[in-house]
Design a protein around this ligand. Sequence first.
Ligand code: FMN
Length: 361
Amino acid sequence: MSILLSPYQKNGLSLSNRMVMAPMTRNRAIGSIPNALMAEYYGQRATAGLIVTEGTSPAPEGLGYQRIPGIFTKEQVEGWKLVTDKVHANGGKIFVQLMHTGRVSHQDNLPAGAQVVGPSTIGMSGQIHTLNGAFNYSTPVALSAEAIKQTIKQHAIAAELAMEAGFDGVELHGAHGYLIEQFLNPHVNNRTDVYGGNHINRSRFAIETAIATIAAIGKERTAIRISPFSTLNDMHAYEEAEVDATYQYLVRELSKLELTYLHISRNPMTTPERLKFFRETFKGTIIVCNGFDAASAEQLLEEGTADLIGFGKPFLANADLPQRFAHQAPLNPVDFKTMYGNSAVGYTDYPLMNEMPQPQQ
Ligand SMILES: Cc1cc2nc3c(=O)[nH]c(=O)nc-3n(C[C@H](O)[C@H](O)[C@H](O)COP(=O)(O)O)c2cc1C
């Protein structure tokens, strides 16, 4: 009997299996508003135990990429209702990932009046796509103490709107170099106030955002994703002992808040010892993601270091991934060209298992 395909229940989280569709930005939200095409895409994947949506901004300032969705206007809430209705009608569960892009942004991608912000004015190297071509990332404006309060409040309001839109919960994006991780990293955050200077202060933004979200929608519906040691989005590596101190402190504090799950985006530095620390420290559900197939997922569940396993690209290309795993069926390969496209191609048209050509007898 597969653990991966068996139901899971803990602290109000009740899932039909232990497979999580990992959050994936797909850039199909024209004008930052979710639409019927997105509802079809997520609806097709509702046999995942849990879907986590693509990164979704809680504020105009957090819409750093083209065609990513938001959840701060009435139109966006109405758009998301199409998605949650479809997923629930098909028997699934869905959390929205709140992603404030912070400095991973360009001024031209933001709505009029919004500016690129970050913990400090340290910009990102490299270039980003905009409607007018590829440009260097914009240099962020450092958030004032007052603006930090406002940004935290925007997350809490977005969480309330997520409930109105029918989501089962909210995952705060604390991973991959977006705003929360920009605060955590000493090479990006050089503040001298209570939000910078040491790992306790650098964790404050994440923790206060979690507290505000819990106050808005409850701890059973609030979760977070982290990626210790990831260098994605120009997150410069810092001293190993300091990274460990940061995440040990953060995860201890998050556990005290009784968040429903901790989603770990793993990398080669996610050693069994570090996973064991998170498992023993965090009392809620643990999701581990990145690079899993059915066998390696099953193994980690058997070892007991994770409760649920996240799958990104396998779900992107295989809407019926749980059924394929159940039948040990081959998987569709991912089409990388259409990953961030703006149409149904490479989005809702991957063939299902029963639509695949049958092998010749
Ligand atoms: C197209 C694409 C978009 C992604 N967008 C996000 C995102 O919005 N938020 C996030 O936390 N991770 C994002 N990720 C990372 C995935 O959630 C996941 O961690 C990664 O794909 C590794 O898992 P896999 O090996 O199963 O694909 C994205 C990955 C892909 C392939």
